[in-house]
Design a protein around this ligand. Sequence first.
Ligand code: IMP
Length: 194
Amino acid sequence: MTNHKFLVVATSNPGKLKEMQVYLQDLGWELQLKPAELEIEETGETFIANACLKASEIAKATGEWSIADDSGLMVDALDGQPGIYSARYGSSDADRISRLLRELGSEQNRGAQFVCAIAIARPDGTIALQVEGICRGEILHSPRGTGGFGYDPIFYVPAQQQTFAEMTPDIKRLYSHRGQAFQSLLPQIDKIVK
Ligand code: IMP
């Protein structure tokens, strides 16, 4: 019996917890950060594989339902890189952005997409739900805007004529890969926990 809707978030990043809370707390879900000492290595080759791996391992280790996400930026002209290595592409956000701009150089094809995979695992580690969200955009030649995090200042969304870093959090949520993934997840989530 699980009337109490409780999920351990497979991240030690309080920012991610906060972002997930925005989507889930109105539905009555209580979220908690994973224990700091539980580190899961991201050995998967896709976003969804990594999200499933993290959710499953944290669920088994805590004996609770768990939710995990994995996300990153895929650049068309770089054959989808940095992809699942987005966080490991440099040592700081500024570093990662300048490496990406350097590698793209004067390439005309600036198409790119952010991808976000989310998985929910049962306490025994089996996967109850997995979804993916995508946001298409273009990589600018130089950063614009001060909001957000990561690659936001160089990711431009033509439909809004703004980079992610120029959008308010509400507008970013409307377009973003994480927003899209949660839009697929929310209608399904209450059906999985009986
Ligand atoms: P994760 O924590 O393994 O999912 O790493 C995702 C990495 O992809 C982050 O460190 C960022 O560099 C990048 N990333 C993911 N989502 C976003 C976003 O919404 N804006 C900017 N960068 C993002």
